[in-house]
Write a protein that binds this ligand. Structure first.
Ligand SMILES: [Ca+2]
Ligand SMILES: [Ca+2]
Ligand SMILES: [Ca+2]
Length: 316
């Protein structure tokens, strides 16, 4: 053993470094003097894994566990069931005089390594990983070495000791949220200002944490509420996507109809020219030519006029 001054992290060994003059195996010496290594506390394989215990609230399960890497060959495996989404774990060595430099791996139920963490020059490890699907996952702990043991590194020989695990992940069976759009108006005359709110969106087993709005005419925005002003007549689509604290999403949509403003032109009836014709068979036909002028005294094309006859409609 020796002391690695000026190093951020030092580790004890049995003299695997270059030029070592003491290669004594202290574990072997202790055992030969009646100090057997402790029995393993957690299984080494997924089949013998310890199930991580914890509590579930608001769609999030929080777990903790502790254990000991008793020998260099030890692997401690923990199992947990989680929903799809973000999982975060922190592995801490013993608070006092720790020796365990932990390598932590996260595998899915098929044994695929999804993440591993072994920060340089630190004994603790924190990592966040996105679990691709709901299911059972395995966290495995083991001691590790660092770099080249002959120079500035060390082997896993001394990486033993206590550790604590703390983590959180989505509870299995997370339910998707429900998106609800509330609009102050779905139809109106341009310019139309519409207050849009997604505050009525819900999540049965957690909470809505993200509101994302997309519009058919402009770039989208985020937030529980937003305001749009439609200057141009047309039909516009609005979509709201909400995401819960478990990463599941749901969407709702609405259609905003913006009508052209009704134009009222000042106009007047300038003249009505009456005429009457009588056919040989004695049938009389009367007509009225109505002249409609605007405020500039120009004829208004296409003006619709309604009239009603009253009084004498036959005879001279
Ligand atoms: Ca162990
Ligand atoms: Ca073990
Ligand atoms: Ca949920």
């Amino acid at each position: 053993m020796g002391v690695g001054y000026y190093q951020a992290l030092t580790q004890w060994s049995r003299g695997e470094y270059a030029g070592a003059n003491n290669t004594q195996d202290d574990f072997a010496v202790m055992q030969s003097n009646g100090l057997p290594l402790r029995a393993d506390d957690h299984g080494n394989t997924p089949g013998t894994a310890t199930v991580l215990g914890g509590t579930s609230s608001g769609g999030i399960t929080t777990v903790s566990a502790s254990g000991v890497i008793e020998r260099a060959s030890d692997v401690d495996v923990f199992a947990f069931s989680a929903g799809a989404g973000t999982a975060t774990f922190t592995v801490s060595p013993a608070a006092r005089a720790p020796n365990l430099d932990a390598w932590v791996g996260l595998r899915d139920s098929a044994g695929n390594l999804l993440a591993n963490i072994n920060p340089p020059d630190a004994l603790n490890a924190t990592f966040t990983v996105n679990l691709p699907a709901a299911g059972t996952y395995y966290l495995s702990m083991q001691g590790t070495g660092k770099g080249d043991p002959l120079t500035t590194g060390y082997t896993a020989y001394g990486s033993v000791g206590q550790y604590a695990i703390a983590g959180s992940f989505l509870s299995p069976g997370n339910q998707a949220p429900k998106a609800v759009i509330t609009a102050s108006a779905l139809r109106g005359t341009a310019p139309l200002t519409v207050q849009l709110s997604g505050a009525g969106s819900t999540d049965a087993d957690g909470s809505v944490v993200v509101w994302a709005w997309t519009f058919s005419d402009v770039a989208g925005t985020s937030g529980a509420a937003t305001t749009r002003t439609y200057a141009t007549p047309g039909i516009y689509a609005v979509q709201l996507q909400v995401t819960d604290n478990g990463g599941l999403s749901a969407a709702a949509s609405a259609t905003i109809t913006v009508d052209a403003p009704v134009v009222v032109l000042p106009m007047r009836v300038a003249d009505i020219a009456m005429s009457r014709t009588v056919s040989r068979r004695g049938v009389a036909q009367a007509s009225a030519a109505v002249k409609v002028l605007d405020s500039s005294s120009l004829p208004v094309a296409g003006a619709t006029v309604a009239g009603r006859w009253s009084g004498l409609v036959s005879g001279n």
